[in-house]
Design a binder for this molecule. Structure first.
Ligand code: UD1
Length: 360
């Protein structure tokens, strides 16, 4: 059983690392399973890609398709053309994709048209918001995949409602949390905290990259102003698309500290030791939940409702004035207690590999 594992963008890398380890372990134990790793090259900056391979000991990809940036159509098409050629020369039994990025969808489309089985890790989650490219990628991916490895029971219900059969769905948990739990002792204090003289527990961490928050200059300026109001230092690691936009804000408040994108270990140190996180990311909602860190999400919906129902996450929507109010209420001691969703226990990748071996 040869699995071709596909990854392309930053949030994919922490999801594939434990799957590769689990496949290697099963292979060593005599199971008939092996893998090849395809990097589509959707993310190519060292700080968005190679750094994660180094820190998480992900083996060099067997191939890098080097597609780079582009419009959604041109990026998706470039991945399809290059991946089709790869699969034709490297036949396999299963194409395994993770997450919801353009690389996820492109790879599945190619696999299915070549009559190769496809499996989706993190299948079935839904924001029901068709303005998000990721939602379109999720729906299209799940409509043609053969096997679904899910983070929650709810994701499985979504898949069944869309016609998937019980035997195609494997509730396994969250591979991103495997990575978090196995690296927790290695989280590393970034030099920016020391350089800026910021103490653990006494800063806000923020990440922003969704077009709805960062493409409109007024929205972005309001978010920055709101983040600065409580008076805590705000550490803001910037995605390449966000940085120039924030830098162009006139009179950036002095407690807003823009830093380059960080590697996994330094970024997770910042999450774990922050007073609270304000974000529009998907994965960070999950990571804060597991670390018990308060998280305020600047989105009108989330495809990860368990982080609200069970975890520490609160959706603020686009009512940006709630940012400073929420932080103030946290400062006055109103804390949302959270728990950890079922099967987010560090053993998800092993369950995925067991499932792959069982469905053959
Ligand atoms: C992608 C994912 C998003 C994920 C995010 C994490 C899709 C549809 N979106 O969005 O779900 O949350 O990654 O970061 O797949 N760029 C660089 N260096 C790089 C890569 C990109 O500078 O290594 C810049 C380019 O100007 C590019 C822009 O960032 O045009 C957007 O990159 P792209 O991969 O298209 O989407 P992301 O916004 O990163």
């Amino acid at each position: 059983m040869k699995v071709v594992l596909v990854a392309g963008a930053r949030p994919n890398f922490m999801k594939i690392a434990p799957i590769i380890k689990a496949i290697k372990k099963a292979e060593l134990e005599g199971e008939d399973i092996s893998y090849e790793l395809v990097h589509t090259g959707q993310h190519y900056d060292k700080k968005l890609s190679q750094q994660f391979f180094d820190e998480l000991s992900i083996p060099e990809p067997d191939v890098n398709l080097s597609v780079g940036s582009g419009s959604h159509a041109s990026q998706t098409a470039a991945i399809m053309v290059a991946f089709e050629e790869y699969l034709l020369n490297n036949p396999c039994d299963l194409v395994l994709v993770v997450g919801d990025v353009n690389s996820t969808l492109a790879a599945v489309l190619v696999a299915k048209k070549l009559q190769i089985k496809a499996g989706h890790v993190e299948a079935g989650i839904r924001s029901f918001d068709m303005r998000m490219p990721e939602e379109i990628n999720r729906l299209a991916t799940d409509s043609i995949c053969d096997y679904f490895y899910t983070t929650t029971e709810w994701a499985g219900d979504n898949l069944k409602e869309a016609g998937a059969k019980e035997e195609q769905i494997f509730f396994v948990g969250n591979t991103m949390i495997d990575t978090l739990l196995s690296n927790k002792e290695r989280f590393k204090k970034p030099s920016c905290l020391t350089d800026l003289g910021i103490n653990s527990g006494a800063y806000l961490l923020s990440t922003l990259h969704r077009p709805s928050n960062v493409d409109d200059a007024n929205n972005l300026a309001t978010i920055i102003e709101e983040l600065s109001k409580p008076g805590l230092p705000v550490v803001l690691p910037c995605h390449p698309r966000t940085k120039p936009k924030i830098e162009s804000i006139q009179d950036l408040p002095p407690n807003i500290h823009l830093v380059d994108p960080l590697g996994y270990l330094e970024f997770m140190y910042l999450v774990e030791n922050s007073f609270a996180v304000v974000t529009d990311s998907g994965g960070i909602q999950e990571e804060t939940t597991v670390l018990g860190v308060p998280c305020f999400t600047l989105r009108e919906n989330t495809e990860r409702p368990e982080t609200i129902d069970v975890g520490t996450n609160v959706l603020l929507g686009v009512e940006y004035s709630l940012i400073s109010k929420s932080i103030a209420s946290l400062q006055s001691g109103t804390v949302k207690e959270g728990g950890i969703p079922d099967k987010w226990d560090g053993k998800t990748a092993e369950r995925i590999v067991e499932a792959i071996i069982s469905h053959g």
